[in-house]
Design a protein around this ligand. Structure first.
Ligand SMILES: [Zn+2]
Length: 345
């Protein structure tokens, strides 16, 4: 006899307006688990959706894709058990798609991201595929809410194949740049971070011990500062975490000959570059989108072993019931790094 659970949902009805509603949730279908949400990380996508700036976004939508949760019920075989603390890999792919079959589940042709393309986790409980759950051994619920965001940086660093001989530059010290920085520091010591904002650079020096930080002035080349940081050389690998066209274009002029460029940030439009320069340097250009399953395990492991430090991240907290009233204020706070929604106290 199927049962229905009454629960609280926070729905983004239209840009700028959340509704708190009671709704029912059915038992999980075959292959899915019901999880009780404990924490929800707020990220750039949620902020863009709130402001009505997320392209192709449909309202109403339940946001929430950075989830820490506890398993309540499982409908299918699994090594997981009820009560396990988990995070959710929110990239729901079609296992039969060509990309999925080559292991690229992160960019499957019919990918649906929970909380973006379909309703996400800003609610008491949700049913999700068991295969998309990743268990913590000792990570806290706060840490589990940071896993998805850190996976974005982890995937970009894995794409770059960075190693200890590389000089590496990160353009943009927002959450995505910092998440790449966390993993890059496990690969190489030779890192520079560039940003327009001195406060963000100061944070990189203090919280992440970054030696070389470069304040960007629009229109001015970073070449001299980069050569100073890297003993006269240019960076072998550049991560763009700005999604700004000018920043992305500047990376082609700053990469060492034979270098790699990874675009993590997304620019909504065309980016045209000079082919003779691209060829002369024999550059490799990569996009980085989402992350794969193994990286969720990698991130949890790195947190649990202390290889990456998650202490500096969470700056703001609010309760699910407070979202309609406080969300706008929280995301416009100048001190915001990561806000986390609580469903318990
Ligand atoms: Zn996110």
């Amino acid at each position: 006899m199927p049962s229905q659970l009454m629960q609280t949902e926070v729905r983004l009805a239209q840009p700028g307006k959340f509704d708190l509603v009671a709704n029912s949730l059915s038992d999980p279908p075959e292959g899915e688990a019901r999880i009780r949400i404990r924490r929800i990380g707020i990220c750039g996508t949620d902020i863009h959706a709130f402001h009505g700036r997320q392209p192709f976004f449909e309202y109403p939508r339940i946001l929430g894709h950075e989830l820490a949760a506890e398993i309540v019920a499982l409908n299918g075989p699994s090594e997981l058990i009820t009560g396990d603390l988990v995070t959710v890999e929110p990239y729901l792919n079609d296992p039969n798609s060509p990309a999925s079959q080559t292991g690229k589940t992160n960019c499957c042709e019919s990918l649906q991201v929970l909380g973006v393309h379909i309703d996400g986790g800003m609610r008491s409980e949700i049913n999700v595929p068991i295969s998309k759950l990743h268990r913590a051994a000792s990570a806290s619920v706060d840490q589990l809410a940071l896993v998805e965001m850190l996976c974005i940086g982890c995937h970009a660093v894995n794409r770059s194949q960075s190693n200890k001989v590389d000089n590496a530059l990160i353009l943009g010290a927002g959450p995505i740049g910092l998440s790449a920085l966390s993993f890059l520091q496990t690969r190489t010591k030779n890192i520079a971070v560039a940003d327009l904002d001195e406060g963000r650079l100061q944070f990189c020096r203090e919280a992440f011990d970054v030696e070389h930080t470069i304040k960007v002035t629009p229109g001015e080349s970073l070449e001299r500062s980069l050569r100073e940081a890297f003993g006269g050389r240019l960076p072998d690998v550049i991560f763009d975490a700005t999604g700004n066209r000018d920043s992305m274009l500047s990376s082609f002029e700053m990469a060492a000959h034979g270098g790699r460029i990874v675009f993590i940030g997304l620019f909504q439009g065309r980016v045209e570059f000079d082919d003779p320069n691209f060829h002369k340097r024999e550059l490799t250009l990569m996009a980085s989108r989402n992350a794969v399953s193994a990286e969720f395990k990698e991130v949890i492991q790195a947190m649990e072993s202390g290889q990456i430090n998650t202490d500096p991240w969470i700056t703001h907290r609010l309760h699910l019931d407070e979202v309609p009233e406080r969300f706008g204020d929280v995301i416009s706070s100048p001190k915001l790094r990561k806000a986390v929604i609580h469903l318990d106290t």
